[in-house]
Design a binder for this molecule. Structure first.
Ligand code: CS2
Length: 472
């Protein structure tokens, strides 16, 4: 079978609306954006928006897709002229879209010069980022600052630099990271970045599981072409971005492609991080210990479904401002139940030590400060401590992927069977729980209680107990 490429694309005959192809001139496709963190999420989210803008006849949205380290996807995409097929599956059925927005790809660790040159190129207007929570450090700052220094030296204007990571105030964080790094080497550059560049905050949402062989097999059937980069996602997507661009006209353009451009992203970001991602982390940890492979397997269990509904309604929603929360919650439960996604719990459970502070902690802190119940999150925290033993309730081992993983696993092993000691050791970590929470006796007592119940029986049994102890 021939491989997907610019040349073989021309042989495809789309059968609308089940297969959508790029309807614009792709060769050459100039680079208007540098995306850092080439992976599944970018390809199923921002790249689809840029593809729509290119389809409107605006050629400025071609992307240089930069993988930070791994070479495999970047090279496989390059071999296909940046093309890949995206399967979009929900209750209404499945459709496919070949996305054409990726003009070129490269790898930052292998070709740093290409990234710097692209950031400093006259046609580049934006940088977008999906590098995940753990990458907001010196290495990222150095790359960005080098590129921006070259841009300043070339006498060009600044860029819109949009973080699309699941961080609170992601634009603020990225701006601070860049300014601090520039300040250290060249204060004049820091001033230039501050004056010339914009760092809009944004909330991005689309569930995009890691691509599998099944996606590639399905794509081959639909396209009649081999696509090594095929992937799948859901129909739903949201991108809410702060109206804060170098070129103010980008606001209307993005809006024309379905992006919500707003003055204040915070209510959307808080709702998404605490409702979707907060539930995701709880579901993933429960599923991992219960031996349930995917999110849809988990929410098909009545007790887990009840847990997520209860957590969102009674504990998380009271602190949120996004309008229409009950409908947002119901839509989330339906999205979690999507059987086509096969979203692996172990994928979501990765890096939990970095996700918990963003997804659970603000809710726990606000509730405790108001004297309000936090029981489901005390339960979920106990499940995380149990998860750190790296074996499920049936004794099956699994790997823990987390920057703090080795240390956390060692702590959990050391205090295995002693709930109070485990809680004392792991809940004392301020980078996960903040400074005050570990000293809150009510909180530690509830987590210890649930860890004891889990250890005595299982997560399944403890969850049933939690359910019967709370008003339904
Ligand atoms: C998930 C997210 O892996 C995870 O931690 O919670 O990737 C989630 O699927 C996306 O944020 C949805 O927009």
């Amino acid at each position: 079978m021939r491989a997907l490429s610019q040349a073989s694309l021309a042989t495809l005959t789309p059968s609308p609306p089940s297969l959508q192809l790029p309807q614009y001139q792709r060769s050459p496709l100039p680079i208007g954006l540098v995306h850092l963190g080439l992976g599944a999420f970018h390809r199923a989210h921002q790249a689809v928006v840029f593809d729509a803008l290119l389809g409107q006849g605006d050629p400025r949205w071609g992307v240089l897709g930069v993988a930070m380290r791994s070479t495999e996807l970047a090279d496989a995409l390059a071999a296909q002229d940046g093309l890949y097929a995206l399967q979009i599956a929900n209750a209404e059925g499945r459709r496919w879209q070949v996305v054409g927005a990726l003009s070129q790809t490269c790898v930052a660790a292998r070709e740093p010069g290409q990234v710097v040159a692209a950031i400093a190129a006259p046609s580049t207007r934006w940088i977008t980022l999906t590098v995940t929570e753990k990458a907001y450090g010196p290495e990222l700052a150095t790359l960005l600052v080098q590129g921006l220094a070259a841009r300043q030296a070339a006498g060009l204007g600044g860029l819109t630099i949009a973080s699309c990571d699941n961080l609170t105030g992601n634009g603020h964080k990225l701006r601070q990271l860049c300014l601090d790094a520039a300040e250290k080497t060249d204060p004049a550059l820091a001033q230039w970045i501050d004056r010339q560049c914009r760092f809009p905050n944004s909330m991005v949402d689309r569930i995009v599981p890691a691509a599998t062989a099944q996606h590639r097999a399905d794509a081959a059937q639909v396209l009649g072409l081999e696509d090594a980069c095929a992937l799948g996602t859901e129909g739903f997507w949201e991108w809410v971005i702060e109206d804060n661009f170098v070129d103010p006209q980008d606001a209307a353009l993005l809006a024309s492609a379905g992006v919500q451009v707003v003055q204040e992203v915070l209510p959307f970001e808080e709702a998404k991080l605490r409702m979707l991602n907060g539930s995701h982390t709880a579901i993933a940890l429960m599923g991992a210990v219960m031996g349930l492979p995917t999110v849809s397997d988990c929410v098909a269990q009545p007790d887990i479904h009840w847990f997520v509904h209860h957590l969102m309604t009674e504990v998380v929603m009271p602190q949120l401002q996004r309008p229409g929360l009950p409908a947002y919650r119901d839509a989330l439960l339906a999205r979690f139940a999507n059987p086509d996604l096969r979203h692996k719990v172990h994928q979501i459970a990765s890096d939990s030590s970095l996700k918990i502070p963003l997804r659970w902690l603000p809710t726990i802190q606000a509730r405790l400060a108001a004297g309000a119940p936090v029981e489901p999150l005390a339960f979920a925290s106990a499940v995380w401590l149990r998860y750190l033993l790296a074996e499920d309730d049936a004794g099956q081992p699994y790997a823990i992927s987390d920057p703090m993983g080795a240390m956390l696993q060692a702590l959990a092993q050391q205090h295995r069977g002693d709930a109070a000691a485990t809680v004392q050791a792991v809940l004392a970590l301020p980078s996960v729980w903040g400074a005050d929470l570990p000293r809150n006796p009510q909180w530690t007592a509830r987590v210890t209680h649930w860890l004891q119940r889990i250890q005595t029986g299982s997560v399944t049994a403890a969850l049933a107990e939690l359910r019967s102890s709370l008003p339904s």
